[in-house]
Ligand binder design. Structure first.
Ligand code: GCO
Ligand code: MG
Length: 402
């Protein structure tokens, strides 16, 4: 069996997506996601100029060998561009293998470990009252877990505040828009949101919060401590994790569960956090962390330390990543939760898929492969549109972490 061709499809049905399609001499093809929000073209070039020429003629059944070829063979290891390109190839190859075996992907991974995948949705509002209402809407839709983010008085466009209901798309400007940040104001306001949420809805639902890399380790520890009475499911990215050691300080001061990893690309980014039990949930997902082949290694390492998975699932992760993640989640023994931000109708139409939502859970389908396809004719109707994530500055103009 041979790979005879491969192509990269860029489409913008409401937001940009980069998709790799690998064709074989047996008529079976596979699809992989290579989207990097705000830096899409870098991965397109990496795939078209440096990966696809090497793939032609290779045996698509040799998934592990091709992964090693692209990782070791590049010499320049790791990084968001390289690992997304590898992920796209890896996912397309798993799709091909599962189609050849006439099995849904989760069966090849080891079979079903659970019936449904608990997901969390994004509730947000410009102030506490609006966010409390938004959480109520998710509860009405049957969600068991909800992430809550609020605008903060005195901060311009604080992280996580959407422009519409049930929908939040941060990459929305042709050049990065400038948002504000003020840690003191956020520390005063965010605990009040969770106090109000527990007062209004009780303790039956899981509540989550994303610090989006804004706090220093000491501030993060303080926030974790202040949130303890509200029993969060997790506090995410509360401080940047380039320095994995920084989490020691946070961990020593709070029992609020911690989640990290959406910007990690390899097991090495997470190794110390996992081995030292400094986090409770690992957020790496298929597209950013080298595909199924590598994410499986991360999850297995995590399982030794009772760290559970909580895969990133924002709208910049295409339905191809979501579909594949759901097969992964259906199998992985140490599953925790899956993030789920709904895609637009246009996106869902470009990527026909067989997963579905019911009662706060997602379910992968039984079609052979990962169950997600791309309608190329429809994709062609939505040309690429430059769109950047915002940047953040403090009130004196200092650049901060968005
Ligand atoms: C999340 C995230 C996202 C990211 C986005 C960047 O927890 O869902 O933090 O919303 O900001 O994926 O592209
Ligand atoms: Mg996040």
């Amino acid at each position: 069996m041979k790979i005879i061709s491969a192509k990269v499809i860029v489409t913008c049905p409401g937001r940009n997506f980069v998709t790799l399609k690998i064709m074989t001499d047996q008529g079976v093809y596979g699809i992989g996601d290579a989207t990097m929000n705000g830096r899409e073209k870098a991965v397109v070039a990496y795939l078209e100029d440096h990966v696809i020429p090497c793939l032609i003629g290779m045996d698509p059944r040799r998934i592990e060998d091709i992964w090693q070829y692209l990782y070791r063979g590049a010499y320049w290891r790791r990084g968001p561009v390289t690992m997304r390109a590898i992920a796209a190839v890896d996912v397309a190859l798993w799709d091909i293998k599962a189609k050849m075996a006439n099995m849904p992907l989760y069966q090849l991974l080891g079979g079903r470990s659970r019936d449904g995948i608990m997901v969390y949705g994004h509730a947000n509002g410009s102030d506490i009252a609006e966010t409390v209402d938004a959480v109520g809407q998710y509860i009405d839709l049957g969600y068991k877990a909800i992430r809550a983010q609020t605008g903060v008085p005195g901060i311009k466009d604080a992280y996580g505040v959407g422009r519409g209901k049930l929908f939040y798309e941060p990459a929305d400007a042709a050049l990065p828009s400038v948002t504000g940040w003020d840690t003191r104001k956020a520390l005063n306001y965010v605990p009040k949101l969770f106090e109000k949420l527990r007062e209004t809805y009780g303790f039956d639902h899981h509540l989550l919060h994303d610090g989006h890399h804004r706090y220093t380790p000491q501030e993060a520890a303080n926030l974790g401590k202040m949130l303890e009475p509200y029993q969060l499911f997790w506090l995410e990215d509360v401080t940047p994790a380039e320095n994995q050691e920084a989490f020691k300080l946070v961990r020593q001061h709070t029992v609020t569960p911690l989640a990290v990893g959406e910007i990690f690309n390899t097991i090495w980014d997470a190794k110390d956090l996992i081995q030292n039990q400094l986090i409770d949930y690992i957020r790496c997902t298929i597209v950013s962390a080298g595909g199924v082949t590598h994410l499986r290694r991360i999850a297995d390492l995590a399982s030794l330390y009772q760290v559970r998975t909580g895969s990133h699932g924002a709208t910049d992760l295409s339905p191809v990543t979501m579909g594949t993640a759901l097969h992964f989640d259906t199998w992985v023994p140490n599953f925790g939760i899956q993030e789920y931000m709904r895609h637009t109708e246009e996106t869902d139409a470009v990527f026909p898929h067989d997963y579905h939502f019911a009662s706060g859970e997602l379910f992968c389908g039984e079609a052979p492969g990962h169950g997600v396809d791309i309608d190329e004719a429809l994709a062609a109707k939505y040309p690429y549109k430059p769109a950047y994530l915002p940047v953040a500055r403090l009130s004196d103009g200092t650049m901060w972490n968005w």
